[in-house]
Write a protein that binds this ligand. Structure first.
Ligand SMILES: Cc1cc2nc3c(=O)[nH]c(=O)nc-3n(C[C@H](O)[C@H](O)[C@H](O)COP(=O)(O)O)c2cc1C
Length: 191
């Protein structure tokens, strides 16, 4: 049924998908690691587990990832909001952003680039393909390992990120994830 109660407005076509994760992408080596913030990311496929990050070629990290063929996607929490913003504002060309933000690194399982210890979950990724579109190049990557803070694995081995305090990004603003509304499929379970 058509709803005429409110006026809808057309805006110019743009990238207004929200909320998105603002992840911190680590790259490089344990001795020379860099980190930058990425909102243009997502999952492409379940099997094989494929993800992407879209990166402007001007970013310092772009060359590192292109050369090493690896990166890690570190999920961010409310506590990491300031660091995520900082690492998305400053280049790592001359600054050790991880150090400056007081972040620690942890050992990855399958790649060389370190992950961020403060992040509850990191995806260790290997680049499969780089696609050029315009402003950003898309790094399509295979997820080789999921690196989780053990505190978020319950006694049954299930990942439970509810207590992690994950953060979301919506049109230039950072938000703490709020109240849980239901579990996947909860609409289908008869009461
Ligand atoms: C919330 C947020 C999201 C961002 N998303 C992206 C992104 O998806 N792709 C990108 O190329 N840059 C993105 N940036 C900008 C880079 O993180 C920023 O230019 C950073 O300083 C690059 O660091 P680097 O020069 O050390 O690689 C984002 C910045 C912020 C704050």
């Amino acid at each position: 049924m058509a709803d005429e109660r409110f006026t809808r407005k057309e805006l110019n076509a743009g990238t207004l998908l929200a909320p998105l994760p603002a992840v911190m992408v680590t790259c490089g080596t344990p001795q020379a690691a860099n980190v930058f913030t990425v909102a243009w990311t997502g999952i492409i496929c379940t099997h094989p587990a494929l993800t992407y990050i879209s990166v402007r070629p001007a970013r310092y990290s772009y060359g590192i990832i292109k050369e090493t063929g690896e990166f890690a996607i570190n999920l961010t929490t409310s506590k990491m909001a300031r660091a995520a913003d900082f690492c998305g504002m400053k280049t790592g060309k001359k600054t050790d952003k991880l150090k400056k933000c007081g972040l620690h690194t942890a050992k990855p399982f399958k790649i060389s680039a370190p992950i961020i210890s403060e992040s509850p979950l990191a995806l260790e990724c290997k680049v499969k393909e780089i696609r050029q579109f315009g402003t950003h190049d898309m790094f399509i990557a295979e997820i080789l390992a999921v690196n989780v803070d053990g505190r978020y694995i319950d006694s049954k081995g299930k990942i439970n990120l509810q207590q992690a305090g994950l953060m979301a990004y919506s049109h230039g603003e950072y938000f703490a994830l709020g109240r849980k509304l239901g579990n996947f499929g909860f609409s289908s379970h008869a009461k």
